[in-house]
Design a protein around this ligand. Structure first.
Ligand SMILES: Nc1ncnc2c1ncn2[C@@H]1O[C@H](COP(=O)(O)OP(=O)(O)OP(=O)(O)O)[C@@H](O)[C@H]1O
Length: 304
């Protein structure tokens, strides 16, 4: 099942091409949209919501074309924008009730849903105070609550961890994981911090300069860069040379060698070489690469 799909999606501005022939599909679950500042993440979300027109290509959300069904899409999709957009002299409750009303909920239902949603995102007594006095973390929670209040099937969260301290970031990530898990709402979440998405996403899409670098499950992403960390008492240099001669990709990391795992045979090759050189093995362990490491590798590949 496909939650959204784009085909050759392009958006040109006078000075820059924000999206460049982007073809991608997203399946249910939590999907991370990763890219540096200016990569085109917000532009993609705005096009998917029908707030911005593409200059080329097509896009569908929940089976509906964004060019003709934008209003229907917005009824079923929640949106947490990147920038601060909260009126300072209004309380979170008033604001979220208002947003619920805008999505068509009758007054009583809007009040009940707003109270439930604000509780889910962790805002309690503070919800009656004007938002001007809120911390960044509280404002991000209100923005998240208004994206969820109309019970959407899918939410777009644009840089939800922006401006948060490490604790606030962890709490926000936990909340997002709960939205995807407990509530069964599909999530497209953007970030320029690659590592943080690894914890909460099923799939990840990496874009750079408006182009697709990679789209895959987190598991495939990290499997592609699995490695063995090998430490011997002495003789790292000769071991590295021997492994390279036998066709392995080896890097030095402090006192350890990092050997890329090609297949099940890599383990045996390392063990045999250590034995052949008569070295004393201190440690050999499987190192699960982090998504950041994979991306760094890809950046190198794609660098001009
Ligand atoms: N309305 C606009 N007019 C002109 N250029 C724009 C406009 N909106 C975006 N851009 C440009 O398009 C490119 C992509 O911007 P976009 O906001 O989509 O990136 P992003 O990945 O969301 O980055 P950020 O996290 O910094 O917002 C940038 O170079 C940006 O300057």
């Amino acid at each position: 099942m496909t939650i959204l799909a784009t085909e050759g999606l392009t958006r040109r501005f006078p000075r820059v091409t924000a999206l460049d022939d982007l073809t991608v599909t997203v399946t249910p679950g939590v999907t991370g949209l990763v890219g540096a500042n200016g990569a085109g993440k917000s532009t993609l979300i705005k096009i998917l919501l029908g707030l911005l027109e593409p200059t080329g290509g097509r896009a569908q959300v929940l089976g509906m074309d964004v060019a003709t069904r934008a209003e229907d899409i917005r009824r079923l999709v929640g949106y947490m924008p990147e920038h601060d957009c909260l009126p300072p002299d209004v309380s979170a409750t008033e604001f979220v009730v208002h947003m619920a009303g805008m999505s068509g909920l009758p007054k009583t239902a809007a009040r009940e849903r707003a109270a439930d949603t604000l509780r889910h995102v962790g805002l309690y007594e503070e919800r009656y105070r004007p938002m001007g006095g809120y911390s960044t973390g509280m404002k991000q929670r209100v923005k998240l609550a208004q994206a969820l209040v109309h019970d959407p099937r899918l939410v777009f969260l644009d840089e939800p961890t922006n401006g948060l301290d490490p604790r606030g970031r962890d709490e926000m990530l936990d909340l997002i994981r709960r939205i995807g898990g407990e509530f069964g709402i599909s999530v497209l979440v953007t970030s320029h911090l690659l590592g943080e998405l690894e914890r909460i996403c099923d799939n990840v899409i990496v874009i750079d300069g408006g182009r697709l670098l990679r789209s895959s499950s987190i598991a495939d992403f990290t499997r592609a860069a699995a490695a063995l960390t090998v430490e011997v008492e002495e003789g790292h240099g000769p071991l590295a040379d021997a492994l390279r001669r036998s066709g392995q990709e080896v890097a030095l990391d402090g006192r350890a060698l990092v050997v890329q795992v090609r297949d099940d045979g890599t383990f045996d090759v390392v063990r045999d070489q250590v034995a052949e050189l008569g070295l004393h093995l201190v440690r050999m362990e499987h190192r699960r690469a982090r998504i950041e490491d994979v991306f760094r590798g890809e950046e190198a590949v794609h660098a001009p």
